[in-house]
Write a new protein. Structure first.
Length: 101
């Protein structure tokens, strides 16, 4: 990762930390919450390395359509353990489970 501002990293992770169990948010939603509307990819980059900063419920972050991270099959299991259900297409129902923050 190119050198990212530590304050920005913790700003993103502090939002993730607040996501209630059984809810999801999108990368874009987090970007908007921190005042960086166009930086959803930056949010994804930070979350892909979140384990270096502590334990955060990154499994609660999906894309805008409710799709989970490719190659991270455990994400679905973690969400299902919290009561989040998936539609037939494999996506989270954002209307039902998106955190209204």
């Amino acid at each position: 990762m190119s050198k990212l501002d530590e304050d920005l990293i913790y700003e993103i992770l502090s939002v993730v930390e607040e996501i209630p169990e059984g809810c999801v948010v999108s990368y874009g939603q987090i970007a908007k919450l921190i005042g960086r509307d166009k930086n959803s990819r930056l949010v994804g980059k930070v979350l892909s390395r979140a384990e270096f900063y502590g334990e955060y419920p990154c499994h609660r972050v999906v894309n805008h359509a409710g799709r989970i991270a490719p190659g991270w099959w455990e994400q679905r299991l973690l969400l299902e353990d919290e009561g989040v259900q998936f539609k037939e297409n494999g996506c989270v129902d954002m209307k039902k489970y998106q955190w209204k923050c």
